[in-house]
Write a protein that binds this ligand. Sequence first.
Ligand SMILES: Cc1cc2nc3c(=O)[nH]c(=O)nc-3n(C[C@H](O)[C@H](O)[C@H](O)COP(=O)(O)OP(=O)(O)OC[C@H]3O[C@@H](n4cnc5c(N)ncnc54)[C@H](O)[C@@H]3O)c2cc1C
Length: 460
Amino acid sequence: MLKQTVKFFRKNLDRFASSKWKHFYGNFVRSVTSNSSTDTTTSYSVPKEKVECIVIGAGVVGIAVARSLALKGRDVLVIESASTFGTCTSSRNSEVIHAGIYYPHNSFKALFCVRGREMLYEYCSKHDIPHKQIGKLIVATRSSEIPKLNDIINRGIQNGVDSLRMMDGAEAMKMEPRLQCVKAILSPLSGIVDSHSLMLSLVVCIYAFLAPFTMLNINPMLVQGEAENHGATFTYNSTVTGGHLEGNQICLHISETKSIKEWNGTSILRPELVVMPKLVVNSAGLCAPILAKRFTGLQSQVVPPAYYARGCYFTLSNTKATPFRHLIYPIPVDGGLGVHVTIDLNGHVKFGPDVEWINGVDDNSSFLNKFDYSVSANRAEQFYPEIRKYYPNLKDGSLEPGYSGIRPKLSGPGQPSVDFVIQGEDIHGVPGLINLYGIESPGLTSSMAIADFISTRFLG
Ligand SMILES: Cc1cc2nc3c(=O)[nH]c(=O)nc-3n(C[C@H](O)[C@H](O)[C@H](O)COP(=O)(O)OP(=O)(O)OC[C@H]3O[C@@H](n4cnc5c(N)ncnc54)[C@H](O)[C@@H]3O)c2cc1C
């Protein structure tokens, strides 16, 4: 493996040394004035470089965007604060391929989910990504919920989701003998996917730059994939901490993540590298609005307020057979789709996610993904009654804490759900800057459609 790495490294050395990657060798130092929100006055030396395209964040959306830009012949540098890809929300979700039912007609969520689902199934089939179109039942467990079920199916039909069918309770319970419901929608197009295999496949030849400015510290991990073969490079352990405008040019401030670890959150944060991309896609997930607020020169009123809603999962223990063959979803609740049943590709069942609003997220925590992802066993008390509405035979003591994820939301408790936000120059006036905000569910399903939209709309 090491030999292979060295071979790869040598092969690429010329490319790196010849042009835009000179800063990795530390010989490209110029003096710049940093105008970041933490440092508006100081002038000091910092490497500065031009890059064609930057994607901030290697979650499933950032990776898909990088791949799409690379497939269009662009040189893309993906900058990721963690030590590898997909460690945030992209690996902390239900792994459901959504059909596109719930979202307002013509919203980004509806359009990208329907298109993204089609693209995802096609990609997974072509690239042998583990996935299964197992179908889903959305259930009304009492007659007062039936009007909501009717609204949901009408919306799904409006959104162009094929094959939806309303069933009476008896038919649904025949299909799923452990289910209790009075009516249900069958969504045959819903499915599940192994999100890690998906991301691994989308990223090609990943190699971690353990420190971005010392290429010798290369990680001997090589993975064959797609994006890298087409001109995308992934730089891990590197955090975009802010930016400033020079004229109309956005300049990004980048530091090694380990430097941020020592940062107290209030002192001046000096970049170790400044890059000037022609195009930058802020796909930093939970961190995207916080980061955009640190782009000096970007009007702060165009950055939407960020809200965070944690969702916990519990797994089913003490059960030999999987109780359900389909995904089972109750009627959606404020902030989420309700505590539903998800089956993974190994047949294991999990319940969740619930909704718990989180306050007080600071810049440092969001850069370093220092969120509290622990799942307290006490939360099971709220899960049992919710699940028993549709699975009355759930045994006491059968739920075990699983994992949690945090939804990057743009509306708070009690407020109507907000669509995905994709902001380009037409909104904020900065050429080449694209900010992605509120990419919550169905972001995994939508990822390839979002990527397609960005590379089609914003590449000149
Ligand atoms: C509980 C839960 C369940 C969900 N279930 C589903 C589902 O079943 N189906 C579905 O379609 N969707 C689902 N989603 C939504 C889906 O998981 C997300 O929409 C998707 O993963 C978002 O991907 P992303 O790339 O935008 O963000 P992320 O995966 O969060 O990636 C952002 C990346 O940016 C990096 N980063 C952050 N700040 C910086 C910085 N300053 N510099 C450099 N890098 C930075 C982070 O380390 C991270 O790797 C769910 C979400 C949650 C929370």
